[in-house]
Design a protein around this ligand. Sequence first.
Ligand SMILES: [Mg+2]
Length: 249
Amino acid sequence: MSQEDAPTLVFDLDGTLIESISKQNGGIHRPAASFPPSDFHIFENTSREREVRVRHGCRELLKGVSAVGFRIAIWTAAPRDYAEAIVDGLDRHVFSGLKTNLVALLTEEDTHSGGIKDLAGNCNQLESPLWRVLIVDDNPRTYSNNESNALPVPRFCGAWDDTLLALRDFLTEMHEATGGVVLDVTGWRYVNKYAKLQPLRNPKDPGHRSEEGAESAVGDGELTGPSRGAPWGDPAAQGLGTMGGSELC
Ligand SMILES: [Mg+2]
């Protein structure tokens, strides 16, 4: 597999990998037992100081997917200086390879996305064609144009959950089972089971065209192919869940 065909994971920040709370506002009052200490602060000793909590399993996820060959990008609606401060904190406190391995750091200032992350329109910045990109986000609106590329996660509000560890296992097992060739979100525990999701296919691959029949008209950046399920992940076994998330949200 060439480097340009290596799969790219596009992670959201707030609500997905981390949460941050303004120190100036005195934080949010929550039960101490499910409200762990912060992992790091950003903009320290300024009026913008925020305490940051990292979601359980973030280190294992980033290390695990990087080790098997996924590339990592971050796309947030937050301002660029905030995004850079969070990435710096994650690099220092969570996964020291993050900054050097980061393919792209996209913010609203770069993309003017208006709340919808246009994967197809930003393939150049992500250095990947659309069929090699998966997005991990807690807000379904952001990937509403690309649901077959999306790995939904419940919103993280500071409490423990196993979402990122489960995501690491799902992605690494998928990569190992297919050599990284297939990207198929259909077996992920939080996908919308009523959506017509499809494994991502190379739209220029003539083998896929003939295999899938005439109704699968394809074009650049278009997703095609019927969902055949995920042989490496049984949706029932993973517990097709809701997006309920933490009771603290
Ligand atoms: Mg978010």
